[in-house]
Design a protein around this ligand. Structure first.
Ligand code: FDA
Length: 283
């Protein structure tokens, strides 16, 4: 059964690029940059992965012609990581060729822990070829991040740091929120010290406050990092940060395959269920 899009409207900018554009333009007008995510995950056959690559290429081209300020965020499982590592790399490179040609940027989202190693491996290969046109995401809750972060920081990688959105067992990821927050702070500190321009992806007031204080205490200019949030969440806070002179970017998902993304948002915060219900009642 296909659920009606109206349910996801709070977190998803539309089912088509054309529906998403005015929302992106509106954010850009407020000096907030965007990364667009054409929703979907876990493609298990070449035919669909090829179609996804074509869709992403079209998205990069459409962003250029729509004149909006947006990068794109992608998932390697949509580019056929489950089909094969080499095949997925070819697909990623097809996309990165277009990004490089048009001075654009592709961020590789981080998925569940089954894919962490392959995602880091593929990112490292890609960054050696495409440099500033590609970035990665690191999840603070994973135990392995303690080592990965050092490794990526040494590379000067373009990293988005987030807590981690997938359900992982205790032997793989921290389970306790205060421990996850402490890990986030430690990794944020490493990224600020060692990489040119880290991206801090969180809606958490404690972390937002900590990052701002750290930057001010250590005289780190607000131009040295970026705050990122998800579409539909804390837009007022994003606008305030922007007005205060911080660089900001909103992750704007769109597309017909919105259900898994929508479900993750509902699972991580019970208040989000109320947001959805209030959207329904406002119609
Ligand atoms: P969290 O949900 O942990 O909430 C902590 C506290 O923050 C709350 O108790 C409340 O005080 C405050 N808060 C949170 N949301 C609020 C709201 N809407 N309004 C008011 N207060 C609020 N994950 C992943 O695994 N791979 C990825 O590639 C990405 N990519 C990504 C990009 C971007 C731009 C963002 C912002 C996030 C991701 N994530 C992600 C998701 C991330 O891992 C995480 O699941 C969510 O950001 C939730 O964690 P938070 O730190 O934002 O707040």
């Amino acid at each position: 059964m296909k659920l009606p899009f109206i349910l996801a409207k709070r977190f998803v900018a539309g089912e088509t690029f054309e529906e998403a554009v005015p929302k992106v333009a509106d954010l850009n007008q407020k000096d907030i940059k965007v990364t667009l995510d054409l929703l979907g995950e876990n493609v298990d056959n070449r035919e669909m992965a090829d179609e996804m690559v074509a869709n992403y290429v079209e998205l990069l081209k459409n962003i250029g012609s729509a004149g909006i300020d947006s990068t794109i965020s992608i998932k390697l499982t949509m580019l056929g990581l489950d089909v094969g590592f080499g095949y997925c790399r070819d697909n990623l490179y097809r996309l990165l060729d277009v990004a490089r040609e048009n001075e654009q940027f592709v961020r590789i989202d981080m998925e569940g822990s089954d894919y962490t190693q392959q995602t880091i491996d593929l990112y490292k290969e890609a960054v050696s070829q495409y440099g500033k046109h590609v970035g990665i995401v690191i999840q603070a809750y994973l135990h392995r991040t303690e080592e990965d972060i050092q490794d990526l920081a040494e590379l000067g990688a373009d990293v988005r740091l987030c807590k981690g959105a997938y359900k992982e067992p205790g032997d793989i990821a921290l389970q306790n929120m205060s421990e996850i927050r402490e890990a986030f702070k430690e990794y944020a500190r490493i990224l600020i010290e060692k990489t040119p321009y880290p991206r801090m992806a969180t809606h958490d007031d404690e972390l937002l406050g900590w990052i701002r204080k750290y930057a001010s205490d250590y005289k780190i200019s607000p131009s040295r990092f970026e705050f990122q949030m998800l579409y539909g969440l804390r837009q007022d806070t994003m606008e305030k940060l922007t007005q205060e002179g911080y660089n900001t970017r909103v992750y704007v998902p769109f597309g017909t395959m919105w259900f898994p993304y929508f479900k993750r948002r509902l699972m991580e915060r019970k208040e989000n269920i109320w947001f959805v219900l209030s959207t329904l009642f406002k119609q």
